[in-house]
Design a protein. Structure first.
Lengths: 388, 371
């Protein structure tokens, strides 16, 4: 065990820090769930890519830097420390990218990865359907083989970023007689294809952060399928999937939020009547660090040849509940002004982006598999409790 | 940066775990309850033969010269079997304090070296009092006691003190109040050095408790899984119900995010003991929280059985309840964290998770606890 950064790691941190200072947009970007903000964020992705900072863990040939997981953590720490924009292409770079590298053909990698890294193509994800939420194996949308093409019919829902994105990666039933997790395939669809209709769904903050996607005889070439026909489920559930889960929410995000919370607490603590806030603040800071320590430990284990185990299913519950705790505590500190939208006449700097973060935090325990489903997974796969 | 235990550390852990699993069973613990001193002297001898008492004793005093980081995994194993013998407090706190003095320039260094050599040879043992704890567990089984008098550290023969035995709710614990008179002959350190020694002792003690709590909680969780898998109601295992699963899943989450915190604290105590306060307090709070949740939920899923004397679960539960309050309770440790967070010089933010690694002078040691 060596809990210090090497000289190289420190140099890397300073390099990231300096690049961000030199390149960060001067003004905060608009929400990427608006047309204007989406394009601003796309531009930021291009800027990141121009310095090979888009996805530092990717191989150099795909625009990355071949960084290890510790370096990735350092990059993320600096990224959130600098208050850099959220990643509009996170479905692509965090979820699809690594899967493409593992399962894609050379042609597919050639075709999709660079365009993803450069921000030229922003991805939405299309897993859920009206009848397939937590129970993803209940997918019914079909991709029917017709020569060198698939003909797609059906509906996806809760597709994040689909309103303004260029592509969506989906799971479709390619074997009409199959049931559950058999007979599913992993297919890419351009969102401007004929027969695709995207209907925005406004989120709790009033912006269309996700959408329904309707497929009406949409034709895509068979070459847009990732992996073998019928292997969609195992690709989605592969070990790599757990690693992606590790990268989806890096701890730096919560550590930065906890640090911001401490600043708010220092400013407001003399006005506090609710003594339990002190405990909440301490807990938020500790838990954000605990999440970071756990991630460092997992990263170290993976780097020394270890495997990611079932215990990683604990992650999502922990960070999503932590995110709520941090923002809930901030709202308690802000008191009756906490409800002010940023464009209110009386809005002030102290309000920061806490309200926006508070609303977004509410979705954490729900998306990417509700926390109830996660608890079932922990109980059955990690603890070995009986399924029935 | 490498946050993994070495192969040697894990191998040694597994060896000790195998020994303890064979020697410390619920049945043998109940047998200790009926005995006069509450310990298994055969096991004590075995632990001593393996060098466990002398792990933190420097090599020049006949010990193994290892650190708290090497010991912390063993503390977890001691907790896992709910071992009544006070190995963790004696070897990781009391003996380590003597080692600190033996390695110092204090005039009493030689005296401490003599005692340490006896400990390493298996001929003596020492327990440690502390102003934060009203009682010493198993004080009567040691030849020597380290006792505080203000900032002074006194090394006192157990025969020279009055041990007033109390009765703990945990029958595995034999706790004593110590009545004694300090004298210049028993004093082995004082002043700032004494204060530093007591501060280190508190951190080591809290770390040792945190480690044991993790092991205790993991064991409770495992027992709860076995019980809810075997026990059937409504024609199926009670553990098939989501309401039951989710209680235990929450325990697992709490434990998963306590374990790396304890590892960091052990590293901090071993490499930067004067700056380990923050990491240790975090570890103690996180481990206590995980343990008390496991007790609560573990007992709940045992149904009425969990409320009986007969059910072995009580051995683990009562230990958690008792030691959670030792070496600083949740209030003490949360306050220490709170104070640090309010310090304007506190190094906060993700780049300081492991301490002051980004300071201008490029210091790479763990310095988070610096006030």
């Amino acid at each position: 065990m060596e809990l210090t950064y090497t000289v190289e790691e420190q140099a890397f941190r300073l390099q990231v820090r300096q690049w961000l200072v030199d390149n960060l947009p001067e003004n905060p970007l608009k929400s990427f769930d608006t047309q204007e903000g989406f394009e601003q964020h796309r531009q930021w992705e291009k800027t990141l890519a121009s310095g090979n900072w888009g996805m530092v863990t990717w191989p150099k040939e795909y625009g990355g830097r071949g960084c290890n997981l510790i370096e990735w953590l350092i990059f993320e720490e600096e990224y959130y420390r600098a208050g850099a924009p959220l990643r509009v292409n996170q479905n692509g770079i965090f979820l699809l990218g690594p899967t493409l590298m593992e399962y894609g053909t050379d042609e597919q990698k050639q075709r999709f990865i660079s365009a993803m890294a450069s921000g030229d193509e922003i991805w939405a994800q299309g897993w859920s359907e009206p009848g397939a939420g937590s129970d993803m194996a209940a997918i019914r949308s079909k991709a029917t083989r017709d020569g060198d093409e698939y003909v797609i019919n059906g509906q996806k829902i809760w597709s994040t970023r689909a309103v303004f994105a260029d592509w969506v990666f989906c799971m479709f039933r390619t074997d009409p007689d199959s049931k559950r997790h058999h007979g599913l395939s992993f297919v890419f669809v351009p969102l401007d294809a004929e027969g695709v209709t995207v209907r925005p769904i406004d989120q709790l903050n009033g912006l269309p952060g996700f959408a329904e996607i309707f497929f009406d005889n949409v034709r895509v070439p068979v070459s847009h399928r990732l992996g073998e026909e019928g292997d969609g489920w195992s690709i989605a559930m592969s070990t790599a999937g757990f690693e992606r889960g590790l990268m989806l929410r890096s701890p730096a995000r919560f550590q930065q939020a906890a640090k911001n919370l401490m600043e708010l607490y220092r400013a407001k603590r003399n006005d506090i009547l609710d003594l339990s806030i002190e405990d909440a603040v301490v807990r938020c800071y500790m838990d954000a660090e605990a999440y970071a320590l756990s991630t460092y430990q997992t990263a170290s284990r993976l780097m020394s040849g270890g495997q990611i185990g079932a215990e990683s299913s604990c992650n999502k519950i922990f960070w999503s509940e932590l995110d709520i705790k941090i923002h809930d505590t901030a709202m308690r500190l802000l008191g009756a002004r906490g409800e002010l939208e940023p464009d209110s006449e009386d809005a002030c700097a102290e309000l920061g982006t806490w309200l926006d973060g508070f609303l977004f935090a509410q979705s954490g325990p729900i998306y990417a598999g509700t926390n109830e489903v996660q608890r079932n997974i922990i109980a059955e796969r990690m603890l070995g409790m009986p399924r029935k | 940066m490498n946050f993994t235990y070495s192969k040697d550390q894990l191998t040694y852990r597994n060896t000790v775990a195998a020994l303890l699993a064979g020697e410390v069973t619920a049945e043998s613990i109940r047998a200790r309850w009926a005995s006069a001193q509450g310990i298994d002297s055969n096991l004590t001898q075995q632990l001593s033969d393996m060098g466990l008492n002398a792990m933190l004793v420097p090599e020049f005093c006949g010990g193994l010269g290892l650190s708290e980081l090497d010991f912390i995994l063993l503390a977890q194993e001691c907790g896992r079997v709910a071992m009544p013998e006070p190995l963790v407090e004696n070897a990781m706190v009391a003996t380590a304090m003597l080692s600190d003095i033996a390695c110092s320039d204090l005039a009493t260094a030689n005296q401490c070296q003599d005692v340490l050599e006896k400990i390493a040879a298996g001929d003596a043992s020492v327990a440690c009092g502390h102003w934060i704890n009203p009682y010493i567990n198993m004080a009567d089984t040691n030849q020597w006691l380290l006792l505080p008098h203000g900032e002074e550290v006194h090394l006192v023969s157990t025969e020279a003190v009055d041990l007033i035995d109390q009765r703990s709710s945990d029958p595995s614990r034999r706790i004593f109040k110590v009545n004694w008179q300090p004298s210049s002959r028993t004093k082995i350190a004082g002043g700032q050095q004494g204060a530093d020694l007591w501060r280190s002792a508190l951190n080591r003690g809290a770390l040792g408790v945190a480690g044991q709590l993790i092991g205790l909680a993991e064991s409770i969780l495992q027992r709860a899984v076995v019980f809810t898998t075997d026990r059937e109601q409504f024609g199926r295992p009670v553990g098939a119900n989501q309401a039951v699963k989710h209680l235990l899943a929450d325990c697992a989450v709490s434990l998963e995010f306590a374990k790396p915190v304890i590892s960091r604290a052990a590293y901090a105590v071993a490499t930067a003991p004067t700056r380990a306060d923050w990491a240790v307090s975090h570890a103690k709070v996180a481990a206590s929280q995980a343990a008390l949740l496991s007790v609560r939920h573990g007992m709940q899923v045992h149904g009425a059985m969990g409320y009986t004397w007969e059910c072995d679960l009580q051995i683990w539960m009562k230990r958690c309840w008792a030691i959670d309050k030792t070496w600083g309770d949740a209030g003490f440790h949360k306050n220490r964290i709170h104070e640090w967070l309010l310090n304007p010089n506190a190094l906060m933010g993700a780049e300081h998770t492991f301490g002051k690694s980004m300071s201008p002078n490029n210091e790479t040691t763990l310095e988070q606890g610096a006030a």
